[in-house]
Ligand binder design. Structure first.
Ligand code: 2AM
Length: 169
């Protein structure tokens, strides 16, 4: 199973994220845009994992459990390959959570990328903007985003549609 830990957001937050995505959508000539149901912030990407390891992954989630917290998405930026994303203002609870999760995963023998963690919420991939359109890097209306905490997600296709299903023990 292709798995990752991520932070989900309530519907009203995802609706605000959709509004931030709209200018890209309206000013692009192509791109794979994240659907509103799939908006999340990845904490740790695990890749293909044996189903038998699910109990271990749930126990890790339990061990890093913390009170709910809030993020504030303030910036729009992109990686190579036309990956456009929103980034949050520095958030100590997010930092602590990601550190605890990656430490627990390393202890259990999961190999994670060496590169530093860059929190980002992907709005779309392979986006080609129309000539002359340069989005502002600062969000005019920063987006407050409450999250109840991390979940383990299963990335799969349902009737051909990329779906991130939160799993429960
Ligand atoms: P993203 O966080 O940059 O959007 C499910 O596929 C999630 O895991 C996606 O949100 C995705 O990236 C992240 N992901 C997918 N493949 C990855 C990889 N090889 N390395 C790190 N993260 C990956």
């Amino acid at each position: 199973m292709r798995l990752f830990y991520g932070l989900p957001f309530p519907h009203r937050v995802r609706r605000d994220l959709l509004l931030a995505q709209r200018p890209l959508l309206q000013n692009s000539i192509r791109g794979n845009f994240t659907s509103v149901t799939n908006f999340h912030l990845t904490l740790a990407f695990l890749g293909e994992v044996e189903e038998a390891r699910l109990p271990l992954l749930f126990s890790i989630l339990d061990a890093v459990k913390r009170p709910p917290f809030d993020l504030l998405f303030t910036h729009l930026d992109h990686f190579d390959g036309g990956i456009w994303y929103l980034s949050p203002a520095p958030c100590p609870p997010l930092f602590t959570l990601e550190k605890a999760l990656s430490a627990a995963l390393s202890r259990e023998g999961f190999s994670l990328p060496e590169r530093p963690y860059t929190p980002h919420l992907t709005l779309g991939r392979k986006i080609v903007l129309r000539n002359g359109f340069t989005p502002s890097p600062c969000l005019y209306h920063p987006i407050p985003a409450h999250t109840e905490g991390p979940r383990l997600f299963w990335s799969h296709r349902v009737d051909g549609v990329l779906t991130y299903t939160p799993l429960a023990p």
